[in-house]
Design a protein around this ligand. Structure first.
Ligand SMILES: [Zn+2]
Length: 161
């Protein structure tokens, strides 16, 4: 059966996608941790330089140029390391717009009912679903705009007593 195969295949794809996403998130977490560490080191180094420069110019202390140069180079080193990590982090950025469950629902063969659409966004919707797959609008509420008699409503929803 082609349909079932599609569904199973869709779910399988989704699972491996979620796993890859998990790895990416872990990797991005590590990168962010490293970036924070570097930021701390860089800030510490900048404070050191500031202290030395202050001592030199305000208190007239002897501070060798080379000492300042070395520290400035260390700051530059941290910065270029951070740039590399940041670029890596940016390349990992995955879209977080649509929740995975919604994508899973779509790729696992979400079937719409012909001629049935969401009253809110007019996306194709399924008669047997409670909510619009596109905007999340509830599909079960009675249409209030209909001027015809209630008997003409084609919805098959069980309407109580
Ligand atoms: Zn909708």
């Amino acid at each position: 059966m082609g349909l079932l195969d599609d569904v199973v295949q869709g779910i399988g794809k989704e699972v491996s996608r979620v796993q890859a996403r998990g790895q990416e998130m872990m990797q991005s977490f590590n990168l962010q941790t490293q970036l924070r560490e570097l930021e701390k080191k860089k800030t510490g180094k900048l404070l050191e330089i500031g202290r030395l420069v202050t001592d030199k110019y305000v208190r007239g202390e002897e501070i060798a140029e080379d000492v300042l140069k070395d520290k400035a180079n260390e700051v530059a080193g941290y910065e270029s390391e951070m740039q590399v990590l940041q670029a890596e982090l940016d390349s990992l950025k995955v879209d977080t717009e649509v929740p995975t469950s919604k994508k899973a629902e779509k790729s696992a063969g979400f079937h719409t009912s012909p001629g049935y659409e969401c009253p809110n966004c007019h996306a194709p919707a399924a008669r047997d679903k409670a909510f619009c797959p596109s905007c999340g609008e509830s599909l079960k509420r009675p249409s209030s705009s209909s001027s015809s008699s209630d008997d003409d409503v084609v919805d098959v929803e069980p309407n109580g007593n």
